[in-house]
Design a binder for this molecule. Sequence first.
Ligand code: AMP
Length: 649
Amino acid sequence: MTTSRQNDPIVGIDLGTTNSLVAYCDEKGPRILPSPEGQHLLPSVVRFDEQGNPAAIGTEARRHAVEHPTRTVFSVKRLMGRSRDDVAGELAYLPYEVVAGDQNTARVKVGDRVLSPQEISAMILRELRRWAESALGTTVRRAVITVPAYFDDAQRQATRDAGRIAGLEVLRIVNEPTAAALAYNIGLQPAKPSTVSLSTKFNAAACATPASCRDNSGDVADASPDTAPSQIVAVFDLGGGTFDVSILRLAHTQQGIVDQVLATAGDTHLGGDDVDRLIVESLQRDIQSQFGQHIAFPPATRQAFRNLAEAAKIRLSDEKEAKIEIDLGNGRSFQRTITRDELEQMVQPWVQRAIDCCRLALKAAKLTHENIDRVILVGGSTRMPVVRRAVAEAFVTDPYTALNPDEVVALGAAVQASVLAGTNRQVLLLDVIPLSLGIETLGGAVAKLIMANSTIPARATEMFTTHVEGQTNVSIHVLQGERELVKDCRSLGRFDLRGIPPMPAGLPKINVTFLIDANGILNVMAEEQRSGKAARIQIIPNHGLTREEVARMENESFAHAQEDMSAHRLIDLKNQAKLDLRAIDRQLQRVADELDADYRREIGDKVAAVQTFLDTDTPDLDAFHHALDAMDKATVRLAEVAIRRTLSE
Ligand code: AMP
């Protein structure tokens, strides 16, 4: 092996049934490598011409699949390393021809050509390699590729072969759920021992490969379960066409990251496609009843229906209702609004099938939900709120959702790649928080809830309120950094707390809680006490942050300490002044008739003094403070009168 080759990047690849992705992890953390056109997901679809030569890969192949059903190969992952007999049950779902090759292996016949699933997967891998080379600006020859935890040795070997055909040295085959866990830092650092006794957790009989454990190279390794601190993770992966749930134990041992698959369960034909089908069927029933006749829908129309149904389903993950409009030709059109409630009712049995699998997996692992340290969501269909709720209920814990569920496996594969390359970012996986975490407050200042160098896990709660009369929405902006103003900190994310009942400014009590767990995952929750309205966000604060950046941000905070403090103090004084002036104005309007002219003049003078400071860009802060104090003292009597009036009303 030449030196240059050893310095080649190692990429992580999620070779999926429906979509494939490539990612890379450098000192900033893992990121998806897009195509030169900016695409993140490569549909795992290859279209061949009449002669059996590849004609299109990815989006283009998927888009025209309906027109070329026998020459468009999708879901080839289902055939990898399997015999023709193994996949007999799949054939009803595959419009292309699957034949028996050497030793009865499953092969795809297109035109006159017979191809192995490995060769077709290699076409997808070669395309991803092209994306990676263009994004990284260098040759890519080494990769880590993920496979489902239940893949047997033949399926893993077929995946390695596909890599080799694509010109990639496959350094590791990693279980997909393990990759998802690595993306969330699980297994990267010696974890805190969990509350469950080890003897319960590592029941050998529950292991998929009893008395020994499969490590993430696909080889068998001794995980030394009694000594390695570890976490038990449930990974719930609900994609377009497949569902699986895996229960893993992940540990960081001297041999590196070791995963033990305690149990897997699933359904190779359960996914978001089923939901699309349910919506289409419901639409078709409505159309038939509206137009009172049997309408035959040609394949292209059926595909158009499926696309509309999928778009509506995706909208309903964020919105309460979605409108569907279909042009049926001959001047006929059909319209229907589907609500989220309707969709949730429609898919209830479908969700239940997935949840039943979770119970089976727990049972097979001889565990209960109490043994599970973390739950991770993978796959596009886990964006559906009904799915999230059901998973949270089944495991009695909030799942990890900070990462894009389509990307999490590829990101984790890239993390494993960086561990192999020796470029993993250990420094940012320490037990302390490198930079303070807080939220934006009125006027562009930052309220810090968790300070730099706090040990993790850490938790902090602070109360905030509104500053506008009748305000019903509050935007929570989460920030990281040592500086005092928003503009000098790193923005980590935003979310809205909606539906607060209208109240006077300053009355709502909004508790904001920051909770950073042992894996460094930050949960921010905001709850308005009176109405119980709540909203939350999950973030991985250290993603995208380099060691150099931490040092730079620390140094800047020292260099600007004085000016930052003044800027923050000015914002606080101005906020206070605005609140006080509003309150005084309100009280004056109510009780002016009870005040003598001299007293009103005195208040007027104090208010005018404060207003002058408010209107100045860089006022003297001590003088501003004194003016506020003076106004405060002068209005004590006003406040008393106002209270008396309120009591007597
Ligand atoms: P995957 O196989 O993981 O790429 O997942 C693809 C499936 O996720 C498809 O059925 C998509 O329709 C579905 N999907 C993607 N985004 C959403 C969303 N926001 N809400 C519901 N389903 C989604």
